[in-house]
Design a protein around this ligand. Structure first.
Ligand SMILES: [Fe+2]
Length: 407
């Protein structure tokens, strides 16, 4: 993250003696990116963060990945997925993936195991419910509308809070996720034209020193053992990894609410980059929020038909209503995938209906990927197979391509 944070106790000078009440040294750990050349934090543990007592291979649920073939726009109804008794790590149901990013959905009502993603940063978007994200950096509370960014290799755990499960859209990167560079000064401060700034971001405010022995941590890491280049190992740590009394630096889990994203509007329709919230390797994340819409006297507030030829576009509908999509079957929790090679746009009649409208109550998270997204098995299990024909309002003759519900 672009700014410095200090939590709990740290010594006045880095890399110097810092002693516990019994006189022994705290164990200092530097967690940093890009080989000591980018953001980092220094953490102070009661015990050595290196002490593992066991390591076992672990096979997570294996979902096959199928290409989007024949090429079609897709509509996934995530609320149709069966997800009882899941936790936010091992219960993820993979939906869409390429070699840069993987998008999953989970309804978590169980506390997750401790988990480390050594492949890349994760972005957890909270559709509904509340949770505490626990890590060595301290607790971070999240609720509906929050994005939580977990830096690569931070060991964390998701504990649902309250009576309802927490519904998460999970975006796993193969590198680092951060704000768009065009919104940052050369020193990393948010600029005046950014739709959000430092005051909108939240980080841990106090440490969560936790005692424990023989603590399991599930690690997702790079490997050539698997075709995807990713595999898992289960480590057992001699002492609890959250045994931290203080830390400081620029690297830590943080949260940002979509409700704090200030929309950029105009007299005529603004293109999706005005909604960009984060960037990652070969993808972007955008927020569509309730907003005043296009106010030119002749404006058509819904999007024009468009074909972003270098991207696959995934849109997760997470609140409000979607005037441009009326008639498509899109509902709360829906995901649309509009792939490169296909021109998409509003449903028939939406442009006419939108004329004169001055406000859209919509909430959606978009992920645009620069390489095609494959479909994972759970996506096929909740697909509305009639979606591709909703613009034409006419399905093909072949029975196998006709959705029984709409065709
Ligand atoms: Fe689009």
């Amino acid at each position: 993250m672009p700014y410095y944070r200090r939590v709990g106790e740290v010594p006045a000078k880095r890399h110097t003696q810092f002693r516990q009440p019994d006189g022994s040294l705290y164990a200092e750990e530097l967690m940093g990116q890009e080989g000591f050349s980018s953001d980092s934090s220094l953490l102070y543990h009661r015990h050595a963060p290196t002490a593992i007592v066991a390591a076992q291979e672990y096979d997570p649920p294996a979902w096959s990945r199928l290409p989007n073939r024949p090429l079609k726009p897709r509509h996934l109804r995530t609320h149709k997925l069966d997800s009882r008794g899941a936790d936010a790590v091992l219960g993820r149901q993979h939906l869409l993936a390429n070699d840069d990013v993987r998008i999953s959905y989970v309804v978590a009502d169980q506390i997750s195991p401790l988990y480390r993603n050594a492949v890349g940063d994760e972005c957890l978007y909270v559709e509904s419910g509340r949770a505490t994200i626990r890590s060595a950096f301290g607790p971070l509370d999240v609720s509906a509308g929050d994005y939580a960014i977990i830096p690569t290799s931070v060991i964390y755990q998701v504990a649902p809070e309250g009576d309802e499960p927490v519904r998460l859209l999970v975006i796993e990167a193969t590198g680092h996720i951060g704000p768009p560079k065009r919104y940052l000064s050369v020193r990393g401060q948010f600029l005046e034209h950014s739709p959000y700034c430092e005051r909108d971001l939240r980080g841990p405010t106090e440490p969560l020193p936790t005692d424990g022995t023989d603590v399991e941590v599930y690690v997702q890491h790079r490997s050539r053992a698997d075709r995807s280049g990713v595999t898992w190992t289960r480590h057992v740590y001699a002492h609890h990894p959250f045994d931290v009394v203080g830390w400081d630096g620029h690297l830590y889990p943080w949260a940002f609410s979509i409700h704090d994203f200030e929309p950029i509007t105009g007299r005529v329709h603004q293109p999706p980059p005005v909604h960009q919230t984060f960037r990652g390797p070969n993808f972007v994340i955008c927020s569509f929020v309730p907003r005043k819409v296009d106010y030119h006297p002749m404006a058509i507030p819904v999007p024009y038909n468009h074909h972003n030829v270098d991207s696959d576009e995934m849109l997760f509908y997470t609140g409000g209503n979607y005037e441009a999509r009326r008639g498509s079957g899109i509902e709360q929790g829906s995901i649309s995938l509009h792939p490169s090679g296909f021109t998409h746009g509003p449903q028939p009649g939406a442009a006419e209906r939108a004329i004169g409208v001055d406000y859209f109550d919509e909430l959606a998270v978009m992920v645009d990927t620069f390489r095609p997204l494959d479909l994972c098995e759970p996506a096929l299990s909740c697909e509305d197979t009639g979606y591709a024909w909703t613009w034409a309002r006419r399905a093909p003759a072949e029975p196998s391509d006709v959705d029984p519900a709409t065709g």
